[in-house]
Design a binder for this molecule. Structure first.
Ligand SMILES: Nc1nc2c(c(=O)[nH]1)N[C@H]1C(S)=C(S)[C@@H](COP(=O)(O)O)O[C@H]1N2
Ligand SMILES: [Mo]
Length: 203
């Protein structure tokens, strides 16, 4: 387990942060597509995705709303391995869920050997509310970059804002640098409404 980034508070429970309802993702029709600035576009149905090499990693992750979770085991397929199938030609990714219209942009330079397309969490299949059956897990950046119900990886030559990035969140989101929101915007008012996720409503 690593250090806790500035402005973060460790939680034991795992909060759910969803901008939408939880969609029904049916693995019998599911496809992950890798598109955009690539040598060849790739589409992987669930069965093929599951044949890819799998990795397990113990990871810490940090939400921009100030909670951090430490030391959970994630299992999935490395984003790097998936990108290698398509041969990327750009420096940015857009991680999308067509199920809910969510997206998040991620610089390629933040894709390391912990970044994965995940389907298991602490030894169990990811719950639908946490992005199951399959989500991105990009622990190098604030966790809004980790698109739940992921079915698209688009490689981009030029950076573009995703869902939250169009609504005030930082284009990069490096938690060591506290890149939370748009530069110059002070969201300190938000803290008024912030509550520790382990506390009940009346505490
Ligand atoms: N599709 C989708 N992915 C998403 C979100 C979302 O609203 N929709 N929220 C993001 C945010 S802000 C965070 S902190 C994490 C939260 O994951 P969790 O709900 O499993 O804790 O998912 C990210 N991925
Ligand atoms: Mo978040």
């Amino acid at each position: 387990m690593g250090k806790v980034p500035p402005g973060q508070i460790v939680t034991k429970i795992w909060p759910v942060l969803s901008a939408t309802d939880t969609p029904d993702v049916d693995t019998s029709t599911y496809k992950l597509s890798i598109t955009g600035e690539v040598e060849k576009e790739v589409t992987l149905p669930w069965s093929q995705l599951m044949k890819m090499p799998k990795v397990k990693r113990v990871l810490d992750y940090h939400c921009v709303t100030h909670w951090s979770k430490l030391g959970d085991e994630w299992e999935g397929i490395l984003v790097k391995d998936l990108l290698n199938l398509a041969v990327p030609k750009g420096d940015f990714l857009m991680l999308t869920s067509s199920y809910v219209g969510y997206s998040a942009n991620v610089p390629m330079s933040y894709i390391d050997d912990n970044c994965m397309v995940a389907f298991n969490w602490n030894g169990k299949p990811l719950e639908p509310k946490h992005g199951g059956p399959v989500r991105a897990c990009i622990p190098t950046l604030y966790f809004w970059k980790s698109t739940k119900w992921l079915d698209g990886i688009e490689v981009m030559k030029t950076d573009r804002p995703g869902f939250w990035e169009q609504r005030g969140y930082n284009m990069r989101g490096d938690y060591w640098k506290e890149e939370r929101y748009w530069e110059g915007i002070n969201f300190v008012n938000k803290l008024q409404f912030w509550k520790h996720p382990d506390k009940k409503d009346d505490e």
